[in-house]
Design a protein around this ligand. Sequence first.
Ligand code: IPM
Ligand code: MG
Length: 358
Amino acid sequence: MHKVLLLPGDGIGPEVIAEVRKVLAFLVDEHGLALELEEALVGGCAYEDGGDPLPAQTLELARAADAVVLGAVGGPRFDDVERELRPEKGLLRLRAELGLFANLRPAILFADLADASSLKPELVAGLDIMIVRELTGGLYFGEPRGIRTLEGEVRRGVNTLAYDETEIERIAQAAFQIAQRRNRRLCSVDKANVLEVSELWRDVVNRVHQQYPEVSLSHMYVDNAAMQLVRDPKQFDVVLTENMFGDILSDIAAMLTGSIGMLPSASLNGADQGLYEPVHGSAPDIAGKDVANPLAAILSAAMMLRYSLDEPAMAERIEQGVRRVIAEGLRTQDIVYSARQHIGTREMGDAVVRALSD
Ligand code: IPM
Ligand code: MG
């Protein structure tokens, strides 16, 4: 029996997670998936409920689960909340507490969506990139950090970009292993022309490479990588990078595929426990309107079945179902590129369930 915790969160989170629940319930009822689902609060809703964006009870349930599926956190309502209690802090703490250092962000273009990309269809047709982002170190977590008041009442903000060799080594291992199962090309992205951290990063990645001679390794500066992603994205197979660079590059890669509403992600620790979430955020402007695209969340559940629950056939079933509804021409508003009709969140979830039944 797999234990899965659903964390709907804020904004469109609850709407897309409701569709995930539908899809998983179908697999339980019709295909014998052995799943026990629980649900808890995280982010802004948890803060409003009890003053903490990651309540102790939620963390406890997450630790006990084999996997967590999260919707999204945050929203403008919380802009004035003290930083430590912001919704995003709940998510960052969850990543850190579970030790989820490896963030896998695939950018895959569905064949029928090439026209939804902002790039020319021939540049993106067949695009299939995997960004491996380090998730529990770097600028996001480095110490010292803070805002201090110096002499003369001048304030100074400080964050620290630091990695030790063990942190680089384990994420490099994860990236090489993923590259080995794909097209065996790994591009490590850094800023080694300026940053010492990147010099160490490069050194460790080169060392780990010796264990994976069948993978071809290249290094690229992050500014060039951003440019290459929009110039000729198909040159990439697996991209390995640190936390902050990965945050930025994965949004660029997402947009190449036409919609951030299509992209899932997985965050793993060394024990196959994982947090699965759509790459999109809480999108407060469209929350509660039944227009959000639930496919990124549904595809995140598929990643969960593959990476944490060892149910590759169930994962494939979901992915096939999603491909089928897209091929049938069903679109939520974010992936409509012509005068086509679009459908809502719930209808899209229903369509995936229907596609699973055939
Ligand atoms: C992401 C998001 C988060 C991040 C925020 C919400 C903290 O942008 O998952 O990419 O920066 O990691
Ligand atoms: Mg981001």
